[in-house]
Design a protein around this ligand. Structure first.
Ligand code: ADP
Ligand code: 5GP
Length: 210
């Protein structure tokens, strides 16, 4: 089939508290056939989170065992905790032609780009300012002041990688930013690299050749 869909990856990164999860809820409502990659982490579960939905929560020992067994497509230490993407569910979702969505940090983005560049579209999300980020992290009320301080410090390093992404969203007005992310998610599915050139040409010529 000429319009056969291939699996694609959408990576979303940005400082903790910039609004990635909030924006992704608009994608889930408006985009078909996606698979959200559930990461494994050693960080503590937050109030309101569900194991197996937000993250798989494991001990440091279990995480290190997964690294040793090569179970991760990528992993990184972020804000003093380990986070990683298990490889097997990603390969299955790509084979099923899904749009695979990753919410991972800037280190993870670089690794996935190196390994699967052809199918990746990436977007860096940020607040209009560091001050606004601090306001949102405080307003979310999920982290202690120590944790917030660490995230604010890390954000000043992360922002320096924004140019490595295909797109940048300044999440100021939520509706505007949500529309932008939904558009990028849809565009990620029609990258020319996702199409099989021979299938396109042969399918397109079908009526002449038969
Ligand atoms: P992340 O997933 O990037 O850590 P969240 O989606 O949890 O961030 O958002 C952090 C906080 O900012 C939440 O309380 C959320 O309601 C709020 N928020 C998200 N987007 C906006 C926005 N455009 N304007 C104001 N507040 C926002
Ligand atoms: P949080 O603790 O706020 O849920 O996430 C903290 C940071 O870890 C965010 O920047 C998020 O994108 C990143 N993160 C979550 N899962 C992964 C993952 O599997 N790999 C990497 N590299 N980063 C992740």
């Amino acid at each position: 089939m000429i319009n056969e869909k291939k699996g694609a990856i959408l990576i979303i990164s940005g400082p903790s508290g910039c609004g990635k999860s909030t924006l992704l809820s608009a994608v889930y409502k408006n985009v078909d056939d996606y698979y959200f990659s559930i990461s494994t982490t050693t960080r503590e579960i937050r109030e309101g989170e569900t194991p197996g939905k937000d993250y798989f929560y494991v001990s440091k020992e279990e995480f290190l065992k997964d690294i040793k067994n090569d179970n991760f497509l990528e992993w990184a230490e972020v804000h003093g905790n380990y986070y990683g993407t298990s490889i097997q569910p990603i390969l299955t979702a790509l084979e099923e032609s899904k749009l695979v969505i990753f919410d991972i940090d800037v280190q993870g983005h670089e690794i996935v780009r190196e390994k699967l560049d052809r199918v990746v579209t990436s977007v860096f999300v940020t607040t209009p300012s560091l001050k606004e980020l601090e306001k949102r992290l405080n307003g979310r009320k999920t982290d202690s002041s120590d944790v917030i301080e660490k995230r604010l410090l890390n954000s000043q390093i992360e922002i320096r990688s924004c140019h490595k992404y295909d797109y940048i969203i300044i999440n100021d007005d939520l509706e505007t930013a949500s529309t932008q992310l939904v558009s990028i998610a849809n565009i990620a599915r029609v990258k020319s690299e996702l199409f099989d050139r021979e299938v396109i040409i042969n399918g397109w010529l079908e009526n002449i050749l038969s």
